[in-house]
Write a protein that binds this ligand. Structure first.
Ligand code: ADP
Length: 767
C-alpha cells in the first residue's frame, strides 16, 4: 500500500516536475534550467530498497513521459530520453547508497557521495546519453549543444531539489520541527533578506557582473546555521531569482548570447553551492558530535555525581581539577573552593611521601594504584579510606592527570580487626587448651610415678608396726611416717582420679545400689577423720528405699569427700547432717555442716580443680583443691548434679547432690567383691587357725616384698613373682587361694595374668 502510494506520488511529482521543467526554459535557448523529475525519482530510489526501484523508475517514466508527449515531442524521442533519465537516477542512487548514506546526507561523507554521484557522474552520464538521443532525432550537429544544457540542468537539480527532498524525507522529524520552531524568525529573516537582496541584485536591469556575489554572505549564513537543507533552499531561491532575471533580460546573467547567460548562471550556482554544501555538512557533523559529546559528558557527570564514592581529578602537581558531590560533602566544602586546591592536603602526612612516590611509578602498562590510609578525627576517633588512582596519559606517555576514587572502608577495617582479634583469641584459647592438656598429662604421669613408691612405703610402715619396738622414738617416727604417707597417698589418689576422669579412662561399674548402704560405707571411710575431729554425724536415710544406678565404690568415694570436707571445715566437736530424700524422679542427698561457710562468689568456682577458698586450720588436713572437682566429675558421670549453698562465711555450708532415682529391685545386687575380700582378709582375726596361700605379683620388687612381708606377719604363706610368667609357674606349683596382681607390668600385664590364672585347671576359684 505504501509502495503503491509512493509510486503514485512519484508519478504525479514527475509529471508536475516535467511540466515545470518544460516551463522553465529559456525561450531563445530552449533548454530547461531545472529538471525536477530527476530529483523526484532519484530521491525515491535513494530512500527505498533496490528491489522496489523498478516500480519507482516506471512511475517516474510514466509521469515525465506524458507531458513530453503532450507537448508534442515524438514518442520515440520521449521514450529514449526516459532511458537516459532512468540511467541517471540509477547511477545516482547506486553511488550514494554504496559510498555514502542517503539517510545521513548532512554528514561530510554523505554529502560528498551526493556531490560526486548525484551532481557530477549521473548528470554526466545522462548528458552523454540524452545528447545522443537528440542527435539521433535532429542530426549529429546538435550533440554538443544538447549535451551542455542537459548536464547543467541535472547538476542544478542535483544540487538543490534532490537534497531538499531527501533531507525533508529523512530529517523532518518532530524533534527537527520543534528545533525549527524555535528558529523560524531567523529562517524567515534569512529568506526575506535573500529574496530582497537577490531581487535587488539579480532583477536589477543595470547590475554589473560582480554584484551577483552579493547574496553569498546570506547563503553562507544558511550553510552555517541551517545545514545542507538550508543551503539547498537558499541556492534554490537564488536560482529562481536568477532565472526570473534572465527570463526578463535583467541582472548579471544577461549577456549578448542567451546560451552563455544560462551557462554563466548555472556555473555560478554550481560554484557557490558545492563548497557551501560541503561546509554545511561538515558543520552539521561537528555540531552533532559536539551535542553527542555534551550528552555523554552530562551522562558521565550525573553518574559521577550520584556516586557515594569520593571522586576527583588532579594534575601531576596535585592541583584538583574536578570533585564530585560526595568529595565535597566529605571535605565539608563547596566544589568551587576545592577546585584548584591541593589534593595531598586531604591525605595524612605520614603516608603522603610513599604514596606520591608510588604515583610517580605509574605507567601506561600499569596505570592503576590502590592505597589505604587512616584519618584521625578531631575527637580521637579514626576513619579508614581506600583510594584507587588511575593515571591518564598524553599520547607521548606523559601523565596528563590522575583520577582518584576514594571510599570509606572503616567498617571493613573494623571487621578485619575484629576477625584478627578473634583469630588471635582462638589461637590463644587453643594454646591454653594445649597447655591444659599437657598439664593434665603431666599430673597424670606425676601421680602415677608418685603412687608407685608410696605403696611399698605404706607396707613398710605396716611391717614396722608389726615389729614391737622398745624405743618410743622409733614408734613415734614410724607413726609420723605412717600418717604422712597416708596423707600423701590421699593427695596422689585424688590427683590420679582427676587425671583419669579428665582423660576419660575411668569406667564406672554401675549396678543397682541402695544409698543407705553407700552412706554406711561412706561413714566407714570417713570415720578416722570424724573421730579425730570429735564430730557428731546425724543421718536420715531409710535403708532399701532409695536406690540409684551407680558405682558403689565411686559413690562412697564422692560422698566421703563431702563428709571429709564438712569435717575439715567444721569446729572441733561440731555436727554434720546427712539426709537422703526422694525428689520427683531424683534423689537428693544433703551434706550439711555448721562450719566456716563459703562466700557467695565462690559457690560455683569451688568445683573447679585446684580452687581453694581457705585451707583448714589443721595443716595436715590440707588438700590440693581437687576434692570437689572430683565430686563434680563423678556426679556428672552418674548423670546427676551437685550444688553448694551457704549463708556466708561462718554460717555453715550445705552440698546437695542430685542423682536420678532407680526403682528398687526385688533383691539388691550382692555385696561388692571388696566386701568378699574384706571377709577373706580384713575381717579375719589375725590369729585365726586357717592360713591362706597367697601369690603376690608386682614388677616393683619393693612393693611385692613389703606386701608379702605384711601378709606373712598374719601367718599366710606368700609367694612373690616379679613378672607374669613366673607368677603362672608359682600358681601352678602352689595353687594359691588369693593372688595380688599388679596391673601395669612389662611383658604380660596383670589382666592377662588374671585371665590365665582363672583359665588354668583347678585354679578357677582363686580370688
Ligand atoms: P580441698 O582439698 O582444698 O579441700 P576441695 O575441692 O575439696 O579442695 O574444696 C575446695 C574448697 O572449697 C576448699 O578449699 C574450701 O575452701 C571449700 N570447701 C569445701 N567444702 C567446704 C565446706 N564444707 N565448708 C567450707 N568450705 C568448704
Amino acid at each position: 500500500m505504501r509502495t503503491a502510494l509512493t509510486a503514485l506520488l512519484v508519478c504525479l511529482a514527475s509529471a508536475a516536475g516535467a511540466v515545470i521543467g518544460s516551463v522553465l526554459r529559456f525561450p531563445t535557448v530552449g533548454t530547461a534550467i531545472f529538471y525536477p523529475p530527476y530529483a523526484v525519482v532519484g530521491a525515491a530510489l535513494l530512500l527505498s530498497e533496490p528491489r522496489r526501484w523498478w516500480i519507482y523508475l516506471l512511475s517516474g517514466v510514466v509521469g515525465s513521459f506524458v507531458p513530453h508527449w503532450l507537448y508534442g515531442e515524438p514518442v520515440s524521442f520521449a521514450l529514449m530520453a526516459e532511458i537516459a533519465n532512468c540511467a541517471r537516477a540509477l547511477l545516482a542512487a547506486w553511488g550514494v547508497r554504496r559510498f555514502g548514506d542517503p539517510r545521513r546526507l548532512d554528514t561530510l561523507r554523505g554529502m560528498t557521495a551526493v556531490l560526486l554521484f548525484a551532481v557530477v557522474l549521473a548528470p554526466l552520464a545522462a548528458a552523454c546519453l540524452g545528447a545522443g538521443v537528440v542527435a539521433l532525432h535532429r542530426g549529429a550537429g546538435s550533440y554538443w549543444s544538447a549535451w551542455r544544457p542537459w548536464l547543467m540542468s541535472n547538476v542544478l537539480t542535483g544540487l538543490t531539489v534532490l537534497p531538499i527532498i531527501v533531507l525533508a524525507a529523512t530529517r523532518l522529524t518532530s524533534r527537527w520541527m520543534a528545533h525549527f520552531a524555535r528558529r523560524w524568525r531567523e529562517a524567515g529573516a534569512l529568506l526575506l533578506g535573500l529574496l530582497v537582496l537577490g531581487a535587488a541584485v539579480l532583477l536589477e536591469p543595470t547590475t554589473i557582473g560582480a554584484s551577483l556575489y552579493a547574496p553569498l554572505p546570506l547563503i553562507l549564513w544558511a550553510a552555517v546555521r541551517f545545514g545542507p537543507g538550508g543551503t539547498s533552499v537558499a541556492v534554490l531561491a537564488v536560482a529562481v531569482l536568477s532565472i526570473v532575471g534572465v527570463l526578463g533580460h535583467r541582472g548579471p546573467f544577461v549577456t549578448s548570447s542567451p546560451a552563455d547567460g544560462v551557462l554563466h548562471l548555472q556555473l555560478f550556482l554550481f560554484a557557490i553551492s558545492v563548497p557551501l554544501l560541503l561546509l554545511s555538512a561538515l558543520l552539521q557533523e561537528q555540531r552533532r558530535t559536539a551535542d553527542e559529546l555534551r550528552a555523554s559528558q552530562e551522562q558521565y557527570r550525573t553518574v559521577v555525581e550520584d556516586q557515594t564514592e569520593l571522586i576527583c581529578r588532579f594534575r601531576p602537581d596535585g592541583t584538583l581539577t574536578f570533585v564530585n558531590g560526595a568529595f565535597c560533602r566529605a571535605m565539608g566544602r563547596q566544589a568551587q573552593e576545592l577546585i584548584g586546591a591541593f589534593f595531598w592536603t586531604f591525605v595524612p602526612p605520614e603516608p603522603r611521601d610513599t604514596q606520591s612516590a608510588l604515583l610517580a611509578g605509574l605507567s601506561v602498562d600499569r596505570p592503576l594504584l590502590t592505597w589505604e590510609h587512616r584519618l584521625l578525627g578531631a575527637v580521637g576517633d579514626s576513619r579508614w579510606e581506600q583510594w584507587r588512582i588511575r593515571a591518564m596519559f598524553h599520547e607521548g606517555g606523559r601523565v596528563l592527570d590522575y583520577q582518584a576514587v576514594g571510599r570509606d572502608i572503616t567498617e571493613r577495617k573494623r571487621a578485619e580487626e575484629e576477625h584478627a582479634l578473634l583469630e588471635s583469641q582462638r589461637a590463644h584459647a587453643e594454646a591454653l587448651r594445649e597447655a591444659d592438656r599437657r598439664k593434665d598429662q603431666f599430673l597424670a604421669m606425676l601421680a602415677h610415678e608418685l603412687r608407685n613408691p608410696l605403696a611399698p612405703i605404706a607396707m613398710a610402715v605396716e611391717i614396722l608396726r608389726q615389729v614391737p619396738s622398745a624405743d618410743e622414738h622409733v614408734g613415734s617416727a614410724r607413726d609420723i611416717i605412717g600418717r604422712q604417707t597416708a596423707q600423701l597417698t590421699r593427695l596422689v589418689d585424688d590427683l590420679l582420679d582427676v587425671a583419669r576422669i579428665t582423660s576419660g579412662s575411668i569406667q564406672l561399674r554401675k549396678e543397682l545400689v541402695d544409698l543407705a548402704r553407700v552412706i554406711g560405707s561412706t561413714l566407714e571411710i570417713s570415720r578416722p577423720l570424724i573421730v579425730a575431729r570429735q564430730l557428731e554425724v546425724e543421718t536420715d536415710v531409710t535403708p532399701g528405699a532409695l536406690t540409684v544406678k551407680g558405682d558403689p565404690v565411686r559413690l562412697a568415694q564422692l560422698f566421703s569427700n563431702l563428709v571429709n570436707n564438712s569435717a575439715k571445715y567444721s569446729e572441733m566437736g561440731g555436727r554434720i547432717g546427712i539426709t537422703v530424700r526422694r525428689d520427683g524422679p531424683d534423689i537428693l542427698l544433703r551434706f550439711k555442716d555448721a562450719g566456716v561457710g563459703i562466700p557467695d562468689d565462690m559457690l560455683e568456682r569451688i568445683f573447679e580443680p585446684f580452687t581453694q577458698v581457705q585451707r583448714p586450720r589443721d595443716a595436715a588436713l590440707g588438700g590440693l583443691g581437687l576434692g570437689l572437682a572430683l565430686v563434680k566429675k563423678l556426679v556428672d558421670l552418674h548423670g546427676g548434679s551437685v550444688r553448694a549453698h551457704s549463708d556466708g562465711p561462718g554460717r555453715g555450708s550445705e552440698f546437695v547432690v542430685r542423682l536420678p532415682a532407680a526403682a528398687p529391685a526385688a533383691g539388691l545386687a550382692p555385696e561388692p567383691e571388696r566386701a568378699t575380700l574384706g571377709a577373706a582378709i580384713g575381717a579375719r582375726p589375725p590369729d585365726a587357725a586357717e592360713a591362706l596361700r597367697i601369690l603376690v605379683v608386682d614388677d616393683v620388687a619393693d612393693a611385692a616384698d613389703t606386701l608379702a612381708r605384711v601378709l606373712r606377719f598374719r601367718g599366710d604363706t606368700v609367694h612373690v613373682a616379679n613378672d607374669g610368667r613366673t607368677a603362672l609357674n608359682l600358681a601352678a606349683q602352689h595353687a594359691p587361694d588369693v593372688a595380688f596382681v599388679d596391673l601395669q607390668m612389662p611383658g604380660m600385664d596383670g589382666l592377662e595374668v588374671g585371665r590365665r590364672l582363672r583359665a588354668a585347671p583347678g585354679s578357677g576359684q582363686i580370688l
